[in-house]
Design a protein around this ligand. Structure first.
Ligand code: GDP
Length: 367
């Protein structure tokens, strides 16, 4: 369902389809319903559930993915009515994060977020518990099976207890890993090396730009969420000053709050930066919406007061009219193409220009 315009809903659904494909699903069909609010019992309206059931039957789909967060009972009701597995946007995003997390800390953060999402939904999910916590989770369609019902009460209670234990253990682990990172950061602050954080919507080209700016071999994927663990590279300004450039986690609309919570410490690192380079995809149908989504997350971790340099990327592929419109909209933005390298030197200069100046010792020379 959508409360906004149908175009917004279509953009969001296109992105959801891309997310589902990133998670390994094959997307068969999209369905949009315009309503003022979701149906408390079934999310989409009851009549629309029948349409959905018909689509499931005719396409042979084994999973329905909803573009929003479903309450545990909405999820259960929809599964009962459609007879297939139902996944919401949050579960899908959590699944992709799980597939892409590489560092120990990243993995622990995702597992924590998944378990917190899972706990209140345990009854309807049944066997998915082992699937979700086994590390091999590939949601968004694969596995799970049709009509999997919850385990018996006793088993359910044991499962819940085990999950709660695991959650507290993960919290402790993440806390101690965080201490290590804070110590490293303190060292950096002591040496007063300025830090530049590259933020931006997922797939905007953050990793590509980091590669361009520093020659680092960072994985670039045409998939949402290629970047999860922050990568930090050293860079040298033309005047010889050192600074660091970090690629941050990908942002996405309606980032599940569990993810924001779990990645808070990683995201907070952005808040410690001296400058945020905010990369926007110039070829996206709605770049303003992406910018808004990123600002929302930055505000949540207190990084919204930092100096920001807006960078419109992919000028090689964007159309002229869009670029002109964006230039009028954001007169201070820098336009680049990480692919062709166009504008990258200008960007480097703009970054260096905005680095905090080193404390200069001023001595009065008396005659
Ligand atoms: P990230 O998720 O923001 O780190 O984005 P990536 O750097 O992984 O890039 C996402 C996709 O956009 C990849 O397919 C890149 O090849 C593509 N991409 C990045 N920069 C450019 C660019 O300047 N022009 C074009 N046409 N594509 C780009």
């Amino acid at each position: 369902w959508t409360e906004g315009s149908v175009t917004d809903a279509e953009n969001s659904l296109t992105e959801l389809a891309a997310l589902a494909e990133t998670a390994g699903s094959q997307v068969l069909e999209g369905l949009i319903q315009r309503r003022t609010r979701p149906d408390p019992a079934t999310y989409i309206g009851r009549g629309k559930v029948d349409d959905l059931g018909a689509v499931v039957l005719s396409t042979g789909a084994d999973t329905v993915i909803c573009d929003g967060e479903l309450s545990p009972s909405q999820l259960r009701n929809l599964e009962q009515r459609t007879k297939v597995k139902v996944v919401d946007r949050t579960a899908l995003i959590l699944d992709i994060f799980a597939q892409h997390a590489k560092s120990k800390e990243g993995k622990a953060q995702v597992e924590l977020a998944q378990l917190e999402y899972l706990l209140p939904r345990l009854r309807g999910w049944g066997e998915t518990l082992s699937r979700q916590t086994g590390g091999s989770g590939r949601g968004g369609g694969a596995g799970g099976g049709v009509g999997v019902r919850g385990p018996g009460e006793t088993k359910l209670e044991t499962d819940r207890r085990r999950i709660r234990h695991r959650i507290s253990r993960l919290r402790r682990e993440i806390k101690s890993m965080r201490t290590v990172r804070v110590t490293k950061r303190a060292r950096r602050t002591r040496n007063s090396v300025p830090a530049v954080a590259i933020a931006g919507y997922t797939n905007a080209g953050k990793s590509s730009l980091l590669n361009r700016l520093t020659g680092a071999g960072v994985l670039v994927e045409n998939a949402l969420f290629a970047t999860l663990d922050p990568t930090t590279r050293k860079a040298t300004a033309s005047d010889g000053r050192l600074y660091t450039l970090s690629d941050t986690v990908g942002f996405v609309r309606h980032l599940p709050h569990q993810i924001v919570e779990a990645f808070r410490s990683t995201l907070e690192e952005v808040a410690e930066a001296d400058l945020v380079v905010h990369v926007v995809d110039g070829t996206h149908p709605d770049p303003e919406e992406q910018v808004r989504a990123v600002h929302e997350v930055l505000a949540e971790v207190g990084a919204d007061r930092l100096p920001e340099l807006l960078v419109v990327n992919k000028t090689d592929a964007a159309d002229e009219d869009t670029l002109l419109r964006l230039k009028r909209l954001w007169p201070d933005a820098i336009f680049v193409s990480a692919h062709s390298g166009q504008g990258v030197e200008g960007l480097r200069a703009a970054i260096e220009d905005r680095l905090p100046q080193p404390a200069v010792e001023v001595r009065a020379v008396l005659p």
